[in-house]
Design a protein around this ligand. Sequence first.
Ligand code: AHG
Ligand code: MN
Ligand code: MN
Length: 334
Amino acid sequence: MSRFPITLARHIIEKQAAHPTATGEFSALMTQIGLVGKMIARDLRRAGLIDILGMTGEINVQGEAVKKLDEIANETFIRVFQHSGLVCALASEEMEHPLRLSENWPHGKYMLLFDPLDGSSNTDNNMPLGAIFSVLRHEGHEGLPSESELVCQGTKQVAAGYLMYGSSTVLVFTVGQGVHGFTLDPGVGEFFLSHENIRMPAKGSVYCANDGNYYKWPKETQRLLDYLKALDTPSGRPYSARYSGCLAADVHRLLLAGGIYFYPGETGKPEGKLRLLYEANPLAMVVEGAGGRASTGVMPILEVKPKGLHQRVPLFIGSRDEVTLAEQFIQGQR
Ligand code: AHG
Ligand code: MN
Ligand code: MN
């Protein structure tokens, strides 16, 4: 008889049982992340039928035009966690400053940083979207955390993961004991374990990058792409190009099949586009937890000492061999 499918809640409880010190709060937090995923997936399924596509007309702290779905996704995270009792502060790509949740104090001991909707350029054309989240513990006990307490090095994360809204809705996360994936069964509104203990192939055959920026890249990055595209069958080249416009979706592909995603610095913008605290750090924790690597090209993402909440970093993330190769090119060793 086939095993009864393992729900998100059961998986967390079983994992939690292995850690007697774990309290129920963390399990509840992950279940709430699942609720956010269900709510946003529901909105996305009907997006073309209700007035939630297009722009709000606002510009966010990133200097980017805000999509209606960016705002809806951000509001969904806030509404779900505002009265959860679990989280004492929220930091979002869509909010200039963190939202401190006094209603959850002093009980809530977690801090949640998130990109509520990743891949926003895809919202109006039904292409993949995601959300990326990072969980920190609030160590201070004298009161709600200050903004600076959220600006932490990636090694401080206690959990991290992403939601991916594609042909199915998937939740992938790690608490530092393996990387596990859950697929939403919309028929019953439940996430079931579908990818237990994901291990990323050490080498792949795909690269995910926006080649359109090639002439904005430093020559070291251009040479990396030239190498990946060169015709050399014995070394498995050329690599195939796959770029969805959604970091979470591309990383999900690479987590399962191997390869590399990179959004490098540009000659006029050496820090690149992606944000350290709620894009690079959480995905680095996931990918490295599955045996892959994440680098700025010069140093591991998880070792970057952040200076600000919305700090950007160049990102090379994926299979161990390809990220190591990328570092050799970026550092001028090849
Ligand atoms: P966001 O939608 O949260 O701003 O993130 C978009 C990111 C990432 O998801 C994607 O890989 C990349 O930006 C796409 O950028 P370009 O359109 O410049 O290639
Ligand atoms: Mn993003
Ligand atoms: Mn976003």
